[in-house]
Design a protein around this ligand. Structure first.
Ligand code: BV8
Ligand code: ZN
Length: 290
């Protein structure tokens, strides 16, 4: 009977109570998703308008999609990289960066590839990009060539030429599905300077691709090191694995879970002792850490 009561009881909603728990927490883990960057104007994957040129992002974020149509996938990432470079970190990014500076027992795992957390000053030692970064590029033929923090935008002359025909706010003719995709020849896409024949691709983890082994081991070692007091689940539908699996792993180490999300559905499965703070990360997180 209590088990039933346990699951049906609503989770706690008091920010002040969560602040108290945060103050007394030593080890804190966070899993962040696209919702953290929503206030910076970056579209989420599954939210309204999650489509790009009538394509599901998840159908473009795969090696097969790149193999089949490298121009379309390159345009998709060129647009997202442009948006990410144009966006500013929001109060949620800064609040998490501030928490990391103050609490060395805080580790932040982000599924986001937009590079906004580093730009908010989040210490690199306490931030893991589970799905890579849109600012990194690497050779599609896996010759080993990689580039970090490539800020070129648009990433190649062919795209720059295509962008030149459009007003600056459209920047790249990628936003408006009614604007025809520019005619770009695969030959004109950025190629690997190392092996000379591979196409360059974004340094992100696509669906069906493995996450970085070393990083996964590091995170598992951090989790295994002892009790986790608090697991913050911020702006994520927690539908993508293995990233979404970290909440269970933290719970097994004793963590209280606190979900920050405007969508009530994301509180599903939370226990009575957990927290659900309904709202935007940019509004809620600063109040948590002030
Ligand atoms: C792997 C990088 C194995 C690219 C991303 C069944 C079939 C096929 C595959 C699978 C399957 N089951 C499991 C899999 C594996 C698959 C997977 O999990 N699929 C899902 C869809 C079921 N996983 C993989 O393929 C992973 N690899 O398993 O490899 C393997 C092992 C060994 C060897 C070889 C292979 C790789 C997954 C990584 C994919 N790459 N990103 C890119 O970004 O372009 S994932 C991508 O999705 C992004 O990283 C993004 O973060 C994520 C989307 O999730 P969210 O971040 O949660 O975003 P979403 O839009 O969904 O939700 C936004 C949330 O924010 C919402 O809840 C909303 O309410 C909330 N929100 C909105 N506004 C706000 C807000 N919150 C706060 N404040 C606001 N203002
Ligand atoms: Zn190469």
């Amino acid at each position: 009977h209590t088990a039933h009561a346990q699951t049906t009881m609503a989770p706690r909603t008091s920010i002040d109570e969560l602040k108290e728990l945060l103050e007394s927490s030593t080890r804190i883990l966070a899993l962040c998703g696209a919702g953290l960057s929503a206030a910076s104007g970056l579209p989420t994957f599954r939210g309204a308008g999650g489509l790009w040129r009538n394509h599901e992002p998840t159908s473009l974020a795969t090696p097969d999609a790149f193999e089949d149509d490298p121009v379309l996938v390159s345009l998709f990432y060129a647009w997202r990289k442009h948006m990410a470079l144009k966006a500013q970190p929001n109060a949620g990014h800064f609040a998490l960066a501030e928490l990391a500076k103050r609490r060395e027992g805080f580790l932040c795992l982000t599924q986001n590839v937009d590079g906004l957390s580093p730009r908010a000053g989040h210490p690199a030692a306490q931030l893991r990009h589970l799905h890579g970064s849109i600012l990194d590029v690497k050779c599609f033929e896996e010759c080993g060539y990689t580039e970090q923090n490539n800020l070129s935008d648009p990433p190649c002359p062919a795209l720059a030429a295509a962008a030149a025909d459009y007003p600056p706010d459209l920047t790249l003719p990628l936003l408006d599905p009614n604007v025809p995709t520019p005619e770009i020849d695969v030959e004109d896409l950025p190629h690997c300077p190392n092996c000379k024949n591979g196409l360059l691709r974004p340094g992100v983890v696509w669906f069906g691709e493995a996450l970085d082994e070393l990083m996964l081991m590091e995170v598992d070692n951090w989790i295994a090191r002892g009790k986790i007091d608090l697991m913050l689940v911020i702006g994520t539908a927690a539908a993508v694995y293995p990233a979404a699996g970290y909440t269970r792993k933290a719970q097994r180490r004793g963590a209280v879970v606190a979900v920050v999300n405007p969508d009530a559905d994301s509180a599903e499965g939370l226990m009575r002792n957990d927290f659900f703070l309904q709202g935007g990360a940019a509004e809620i997180l600063p109040r948590l850490f002030e």
